[in-house]
Design a protein around this ligand. Structure first.
Ligand SMILES: C[S@@+](CC[C@H](N)C(=O)[O-])C[C@H]1O[C@@H](n2cnc3c(N)ncnc32)[C@H](O)[C@@H]1O
Length: 285
């Protein structure tokens, strides 16, 4: 158990209670339940956001939230109105599936499944199996509860630990199927994971592709003078988050076990001290 995923051991059971409270109140529609849940967990902050000594103050909405939020895109900073939200992973994968065939999509470290439900709402082909793996039981309970609401989503929820080479919980009996795995700020919380899990996954699913939406800009360019990259390195190290993902991928690539198709470093930073990079790899065939 890494220091950083202790946070979720504590947070998910409380958030499961909140979700149950909303559903027990009579709500049956998943979109409404998700919006009510997100409204409750998005507590307005009194303090301006400070990154590297720069404070970003903003006028407030009637509910007390910042009216605009700083967002970084490809190294540039913009202000984004508070109502613009969305799942990067769902949008990216939805775009990718328009031009590439997969039999299954599986998120590892899926939390309560926001990316998976967003992907489904984008119009995911019903022939594509949807799977959500997660370490913490309360988060898996949230996924199951939300999947059963209206309209129901056929979602296979299973236990997985990114630091242990075991994918036996995943219900895809035909291991030759083409499976798109992805992680979104989940390896970040798993601490250093080494390569055992990935070697196991490749052995089990030879036709897999992996996408990472992870904060690894500081790992890709550790000597960067960019203040955002330095802030990220400090933030991740302070919380005991992952520091080895990019080194593991580079080592597998150099040993010709995998091919890396693209790395989009620091693509977007909703949290300015924790930009998301996108990386795609697959077993060398
Ligand atoms: C920041 S949340 C991201 C959740 C989801 N991917 C999303 O984008 O909303 C990180 C998730 O990783 C999970 N996690 C932490 N360590 C893990 C591990 N070793 N194996 C699998 N999941 C893990 C946490 O329980 C949590 O649900």
């Amino acid at each position: 158990m890494s220091q950083s995923n202790l946070f979720y051991e504590d947070a998910w059971p409380r958030r499961l209670d909140l979700l149950k409270w909303i559903v027990d109140g009579g709500e049956t529609d998943r979109t409404r339940v998700i919006n009510l849940y997100q409204r409750e967990v998005a507590v307005p902050s009194e303090r301006p956001l400070v990154v590297n000594g720069h404070a970003f103050a903003s006028p407030r909405t009637p509910g007390g939230h910042s009216m605009v939020n700083p967002i970084g895109v490809l190294g540039q900073m913009f202000m984004s109105p508070f109502h613009l939200k969305g799942s990067l992973a769902a949008a990216w994968i939805g775009d990718m599936l328009a031009g590439e065939d997969f039999d299954h999509v599986c998120e590892l470290g899926a939390g309560w499944g926001p990316n998976l439900f967003a992907l489904h709402a984008e119009g995911l082909d019903p022939g594509i199996g949807l799977h959500g793996g997660e370490l913490v039981p309360a988060a898996r309970a949230m996924m199951n509860l939300l999947a059963a609401l209206s309209p129901p989503v056929p979602l296979d929820v299973f236990p997985v630990d990114l630091s242990a080479p075991d994918i036996s919980g995943l219900d895809i009996p035909d291991r030759s199927r083409r499976v798109l795995f992805f992680t979104a700020h989940a390896v970040e919380y798993a601490g250093d994971i080494g390569e055992a899990f990935f070697l196991h996954l490749m052995a089990e699913f030879p036709n897999m592709v992996m996408l990472h939406f992870e904060p690894i800009g500081f790992q890709i360019d550790p000597d960067s003078a960019n203040p955002f990259v330095r802030a990220q390195a400090e933030y991740i190290r302070d919380k005991g988050g992952n520091t080895d993902l990019f080194a593991v991928i580079e080592s597998l690539r150099k040993r010709r076990k995998i091919d890396v198709s693209y790395v989009h470093k620091d693509f977007v930073g909703v949290d300015l001290k924790n930009f998301t990079s996108i990386l795609r790899w697959e077993p060398r065939r």
